[in-house]
Ligand binder design. Structure first.
Ligand code: ZN
Length: 141
């Protein structure tokens, strides 16, 4: 059983036209009646908004900054892995306690700091590039 998205009346699953209000629609597998203003519609709108924003963000980045950001994320991930591997190794080897977590946190922090620095540098390059293009347009006009 499904419900008409327009008037909410219950209809057979394979219905493509509402018996009550005459609305045409594709059968929806979700049996919950969703009025147009419900949270579900808003959610999907939001996710498309986020996707659009992400696509725009990627476009704005340009190849260089995208690569730089990929490197930043990779550096963070690698350091995170190194930190965890060394933590596990130290625990397995029965390394005397106390320094284990300092070592782990140091590696973790190093990864985050390097990642953030690379990320911010790529943003700075992006910003300077935009500034440069704006100046170029200004001098042309
Ligand atoms: Zn209807």
């Amino acid at each position: 059983m499904m419900y008409c998205p327009k008037c909410g009346i219950s209809l057979p699953d394979d219905a493509t036209v509402c018996d009550a209000c005459g609305a045409r629609f594709d059968p929806i597998p979700d049996p919950v009646f969703d009025p147009p203003k419900s949270g579900k519609g808003k959610k999907s709108e939001k996710t498309t908004d986020v996707k659009d924003a992400f696509r725009k963000w990627v476009r704005d980045q340009g190849m260089f900054c995208l690569i730089a950001k990929a490197v930043a994320v990779t550096v963070m991930t690698v350091y995170l892995l190194i930190a965890f591997v060394s933590l596990i190794t130290l625990i397995v080897q029965g390394y005397p306690g106390g320094t284990i977590f300092t070592d782990f946190i140091q590696k973790l922090l190093a990864g985050i700091i390097y990642g953030v620095i690379i990320w911010l540098l790529s943003d700075a390059v992006l910003y300077l590039g935009k500034l440069y293009e704006m100046k170029k347009k200004e001098t042309k006009n």
